[in-house]
Each structure stands twice: as structure tokens, then as C-alpha cells.
Design a protein around this ligand. Sequence first.
Ligand SMILES: Cc1cc2nc3c(=O)[nH]c(=O)nc-3n(C[C@H](O)[C@H](O)[C@H](O)COP(=O)(O)O)c2cc1C
Length: 234
Amino acid sequence: MHVDEVLATTRAVRRRLDATRAVPAGLIRECVELALQAPAGSNVARARFVVVRDPALRAAVADVYSDVYRNSYADSAGYIGRVPTPDAAAAEVQQRTSRSADALERALHEVDTIVIACLDGARLDGVPAFASASLLGGVLPAVWSFMLAARARGLGTCWTTMHLAREREVADLLGIPFDSVQQVCLTPVAHTRGTGFRAASRPAVDEVVHWNGWDADRPRPPAVTGLITRGGVH
Ligand SMILES: Cc1cc2nc3c(=O)[nH]c(=O)nc-3n(C[C@H](O)[C@H](O)[C@H](O)COP(=O)(O)O)c2cc1C
């Protein structure tokens, strides 16, 4: 696959995760090896990949995800800027994403591999913006590279952060030192049913590129309005 195709078609795969085919550990290792080529602040490799393949542990992690998804996701809507919209087309996209999210919640209980990406060396609670940008910037490129590498190998992933509302429980389950390791992303990894994926609908380039300074006339995403209040942010 050409690199542009990988970049344009690495989707959040939820409905097409094939839980009937085992994912070889070697493929996971290859993806991590490529991920480690991503840039990292101060050239310190802080990205860590906790690969959960033990059935009991996997089920326990999936249970946490389900619990957050079913019981406290609505409360996070303002926090992540996912607000009800009067625009019918946008509402339809949101409904489709919700149905797809239902499928992911089920799939997490079926796939043989869940990967939790972490930042090793700091928690981001209360950290100033410049430091959190630097620290997150030290690991998120690696996580995305992992997903691109997976796509190039016929594997599907889906970036999720929902379980972070119960991050400490997952830390305890997996022995992740909560005080010094920040979980940043949870993803299933599975072969995809079929390998053809389309580019998604995204904002036009001219909406998001500001030449020579901020252009106040551009459309803006919904403002982030608050913090998750129920379900607990640790
Ligand atoms: C930071 C971040 C957090 C996300 N959290 C979740 C999540 O908790 N659950 C989920 O189903 N999808 C989650 N997603 C996936 C997005 O919903 C998905 O990228 C978006 O709907 C666009 O889909 P596409 O990339 O296939 O076009 C997350 C994506 C990002 C980048």
C-alpha cells in the first residue's frame, strides 16, 4: 500500500474486527518496532505498549470499557466536545458513530488482543499545558504509527480513551504503576474483515489551514465545556 493510502484509510475499525483469526505476536512486535521510530520530546522514548492477551485480563479490561460506555459516557459529551447538533447531516453522522461504538463495545469482548498505550514517567493530572503537550507529544505519534503499521499489515485498530474514566482500575488489573504511568489510549487489534477501507469525510483543507496567523472567520469545532463529573476522573 502506498503511504498516502495508509494515511487516508486507517479508520477507527469497530464493525469489521475479525475475532475468529488470531493475531500473531510477531505482527504486534513489528508494529511496535515501527512505532518507536516516531519523534519523542528530548529523544526520550516514553511510549509503552501493554499488550493484553490473557483471556481473563482481557475480559476484565473490556468490562471496564463497557461499564464506562454504558454508564458514564453521556456525561463526558461536553468534555470531549461531542454535543447534540441541530444539523441533520451531522446528527446522522453522530448516530452512525454511536451504532459503530456499540459494535466496538461488543468487539472488545471478542478480539484476542487489546493494547493499552502509556506514557511512562509522568501523570498529566494538573500538569501545565506546555508540559502536557510535550509529554503527550512524546507518545501519541508513536501510538498512531503503531496503528498505521497495523493497517499496513491487514490489522484494524480503534483509538479509544473512554476507559480512562476508570484508569486506576485498569492500572491495578495490569500492574501498571498509576503514580508514574499515564494510560493514553486503548485499542483492539484484530485482522479486519476485508482490507478495503475508504477515506473519511473530513473538513476542507481551507477550513483548517490558517495562513500567516489565526483567521477568525473559519468554522470552529464545538467548544469543550466541562469535565467528566460522574464516573470519576482519577
Ligand atoms: C483521542 C481519541 C479518543 C477516542 N475515543 C474513542 C472512544 O473512547 N471510543 C470509540 O469508539 N472511539 C473513539 N475514538 C475514535 C473516533 O470516534 C474516530 O476516530 C472518529 O469517529 C472518526 O472515525 P474514523 O477515524 O474512522 O474516520 C477516539 C479517537 C481519538 C483520536
